[in-house]
Design a protein around this ligand. Structure first.
Ligand SMILES: [Mn+2]
Length: 360
């Protein structure tokens, strides 16, 4: 199913091969050129950074430093606890504004400047490196590889192409990014390339067991308390499952924003469920959605249509509240999507029976 998107990426690869930019797209070579000529780089990724964003930013800075360049790392949100042990994680500055005389800004897996929630990027040479299906060619230099298992794979390739030796610290950052972005090598798109990159990173000093211990076996207790609450709200209707977390739940569990990470996987993990949604009430009343699919339906499309982004299997977006309104809206969209997919696959619309709550 992921193969459906290969054509665009293949075209991108072709662009880089013949060095010519079509539709505003460039390749690795164009980014390499910018890296060689620039001196001061601001490197950032999307707000609410995940393992791929954090690991790739850190490795990117290490690569630029090795080339004798200056690099500043910026994030609108704090680095999640489970990634704070990464080498040099403290060099990521949490701010809403990038200050400094950077000539170039590298945006990792963002579909626009807004996705960073950072100000001060304007007026610099913008480089866009993305592997999301929801990519946009918004920058001066756009390098897109939808087939890359993580943006870390692209940073790794860039590092190799720049002739920079991948140190154990870089390998650790990049491996963590690949590990988390492939869902521990479980998601669709975990192909031979993903394992090749992982193998090369382990060869260069990444320690899989030590990294897994930090990322998966170091959960704070409030995260478990929040998960417990969320699971009491698990609902299922045929091939669709959903659950939600209120702001009050967060307060009661003493949970942090990042403790919501992974909850949606319990919903998509149910046998027979094809698509899942986690709704999370934010402090400002808006509702953050995490969408998952086993591949039959494309949640990146849904997310993009609602102002978000992601991949076929995983996406996210933010809706206006209240929770019940956002829930009705997304469930209606998902039901329609599943019905259309069912019709396309089986030639007839399955009757989606009235909702059956899993727990009462
Ligand atoms: Mn990613």
């Amino acid at each position: 199913m992921k193969r459906l998107v290969r054509s665009r990426a293949t075209e991108t690869r072709a662009n880089s091969a013949n060095g010519e930019a079509r539709h505003g797209l460039h390749g690795l070579e164009a980014v390499l050129e910018v890296v060689r000529h620039g001196q001061r780089f601001a490197v950032c990724s999307h707000a609410r950074p995940d393992g791929d964003a954090v690991g790739s930013m850190l490795a990117c800075r290490m690569m630029l430093s090795a080339l004798g360049k200056q690099a500043g790392l910026y994030s609108a949100d704090p680095v999640p606890q489970i990634y704070r042990w990464l080498p040099c994680a403290a060099t990521i500055r949490q701010t809403t504004r990038v200050k400094g005389n950077y000539d170039t800004a590298i945006l990792l897996e963002c579909d626009g400047m807004a996705r960073t929630r950072l100000e001060g990027l304007e007026g610099r040479l913008l480089v866009n490196i993305d592997h999301h299906a929801s990519w946009k060619a918004f920058a001066e230099v756009n390098w897109i590889e939808e087939d890359a298992c993580a943006v870390a794979e692209m940073v790794y390739r860039l590092t190799r192409a720049a002739g920079v030796a991948v140190t154990p610290a870089m390998a650790t950052c990049l491996y963590t990014a690949v590990l988390t972005d492939t869902g521990s090598f479980c998601y669709e798109g975990t192909d031979v390339h993903a394992f090749e990159v992982a193998r090369e990173l382990v060869e260069r000093g990444a320690n899989p067991a030590a990294i897994a211990r930090e990322v998966y076996f170091s959960n704070p207790l409030p995260k478990m308390a929040l998960l417990g609450t969320a699971l009491t709200r698990l609902r299922r209707e045929e091939r669709l499952a959903w659950l939600w977390v209120t702001d009050e739940d967060m307060t009661r569990a003493k949970a942090a924003e990042e403790d919501c990470e992974g909850i949606v996987n319990y919903a998509i993990g149910i046998a027979g469920v094809e698509a899942a949604v986690l709704l999370r009430e934010l402090r400002d009343g808006k509702i953050r959605l995490s969408l998952r699919s086993k591949g039959g339906v494309d949640v990146a499309q849904v997310a993009a249509s609602l102002g978000g982004g992601g991949h076929r299997h995983a996406g996210g977006c933010t809706l206006e509240g209240p929770l019940t309104t956002a829930m009705e809206r997304i469930l209606e969209t998902m039901r329609r999507l599943l019905a259309a997919e069912s019709q396309a696959t089986h030639g007839s619309t399955r009757t989606e029976s009235p909702g059956m709550n899993l727990l009462g």
